[in-house]
Write a protein that binds this ligand. Sequence first.
Ligand code: ADP
Ligand code: TRP
Length: 321
Amino acid sequence: MRVLSGIQPTGRFHWGNYFGAIKQYIELQYENDGFYFIADLHALTTVREPTVLRANVRDAALDLLALGLDPTRATLFVQSHVPEVSELYWILMTGAPLGLLERCVAFKDKEARGIKADAGLFTYPVLMAADILAYDSQCVPVGEDQNQHIEVCRDLARSFNAHYGETFVMPSARILKETAKVPGTDGQKMSKSYGNVLALFEDAKELRKKIMRISTDSRPMEEAKDPETDHLYQLYSLFATDEQRLEVRDMYLRGGFGYGEIKKRLADVADNFLEPLRKKRQELASNPETVDRALASGARRARTVASDVLARVQKACGIKP
Ligand code: ADP
Ligand code: TRP
């Protein structure tokens, strides 16, 4: 099955991005024909500093490869390296009702907050539809927040097919596990926009410091506590083995422990998981040509598929004979 997803290079990936999305992409690469891309064109709607955007794309590629995305199994590429997508985007724009785009939350949110939106942000879901349809994608794993965009994509594909004849493969969303909603250092959902993130490839010492500063409540140590509603426990569970997790769970249920102790344990299990990945990332960073080669070969493969689809679309709508 052709599985496709994109991730924006808008900053360093954090624990939420990994457990909520990237980890699941990596798992899907084994049984499927995975297409994964770094959405630099989408990031242009927010990152307007060229050196920052270039560095972010590089970092995203290094992070994804170090985390286990295997370019010999999946097709890993940069969105803008496939210009066919931008051409398809225009064709889809000509059939995109304004009302449909006005209902999209990314645009509505900005407008409601009084931020001036540009045409790029307004038509963002159409570019996303082009990303999906250009590769005959069948399954699109995304977080719940992106589901509306997949619906827009399906609407656009449906109306194109109805008007010009069967052209696009109809994709379905696969909503990534809700249980993977990772809390940040303040207990809210971890997100760049809340400034509460723990980055995956943070310096080890810095990470330990940030973990020690995770907010906790001021209930007395002796009191028994419900582990399931505690963000420190939720973070610990991401990395702990079942045995480690059950031991800490018991500590919560009995009471008589300090949060400092749990933080120390969290720093240890996280470090244990991250240390080999840091090494792998360093190795990749010192071999830039390996990364370039992986991205170039991904783009070649992606373009082969996208140019076939684009030719089909151009023929259907009368752009090409
Ligand atoms: P951010 O909120 O930090 O800007 P993005 O919106 O760029 O993150 O998210 C990229 C991907 O990571 C999406 O698929 C999203 O669902 C997932 N993701 C982001 N934060 C979390 C989180 N705290 N828990 C689970 N998944 C998350
Ligand atoms: N908009 C998505 C996000 O912010 C990223 C993205 C761009 C994407 N194009 C896509 C996801 C196509 C899935 C399919 O997370």
